[in-house]
Design a protein around this ligand. Structure first.
Ligand SMILES: [Zn+2]
Length: 213
């Protein structure tokens, strides 16, 4: 599939439901299209509060019709375009044969940690680009501090250098909030702040989805 790559489209995420319409995962657009193409899933499209199911072929048709209505393009739509066709990026897909609810655990990693702290230094409260951020063990490891949600925070390089291997009190620094393990995937929380993914909310009610996508 040769694509004209618009960065934002391929960076989009797609919510995956099991056959019983329970949210179980989030995947990349690329992965979602492969699953659809192999007829392992269908698109769930929400329009005016109604839900519609489409297989890959009919989704291509929907894309074609939508693409023709160029008078009123929806700013929240993403497209993958090639010379011959354009596919509207689906927001939700439903697996045809999968009924289970996999047990997913929230991974402790840099991406989730920065998302939890909203790329904000937990000492000076500046929100910065990733290249200016690092992470900090509140109680340093040399003082027995653990690498855990409760002891690691997002920290700017400046504060990190200032704090070094000291506990915050000794460095004359104070956390802006107490670090906690998030209830829900922080990456998911960030995505839900984007109107593109508004439709996900319906499927996430009562879901224990905690994922890393
Ligand atoms: Zn800072």
């Amino acid at each position: 599939m040769e694509q004209s790559r618009t960065h934002s489209s391929l960076d989009s995420s797609v919510l995956v439901l099991n056959r019983s319409y329970m949210a179980i995962h989030v995947v990349s657009v690329r992965r979602a299209l492969v699953i659809l193409y192999r007829e392992l899933a269908e698109v769930i499209h929400v329009e005016d509060g109604q839900y519609y199911n489409y297989d890959f072929e009919s989704w291509l048709e929907v894309s074609e019709f939508t693409s023709a209505e160029e008078d009123h393009p929806n700013e929240n739509d993403d497209w993958i375009r090639s010379v011959n066709f354009a596919i509207l990026v689906p927001r939700v897909i439903r697996l045809n044969c999968y009924d289970k609810v996999p047990k997913l655990t929230l991974r402790f990693n840099r991406r989730n940690l920065f998302a939890r702290d909203k790329n904000t230094c937990q000492y000076c409260s500046r929100q910065l680009a990733l290249r200016h951020l690092s992470f900090d063990h509140v109680i340093p490891r040399c003082h027995g501090g653990k690498t855990s949600w409760e002891n690691v925070v997002c920290c700017c390089l400046k504060c990190n250098g200032r704090k070094g291997d000291q506990i915050p009190e000794d460095a004359g620094m104070k956390l802006i909030q107490k670090p906690k393990r998030p209830q829900q995937s922080p990456v998911l929380t960030v995505k839900l702040g984007n109107p593109k993914y508004e439709v996900w909310r319906t499927f996430l009610k009562g879901s224990s989805l905690s994922l890393d996508a």
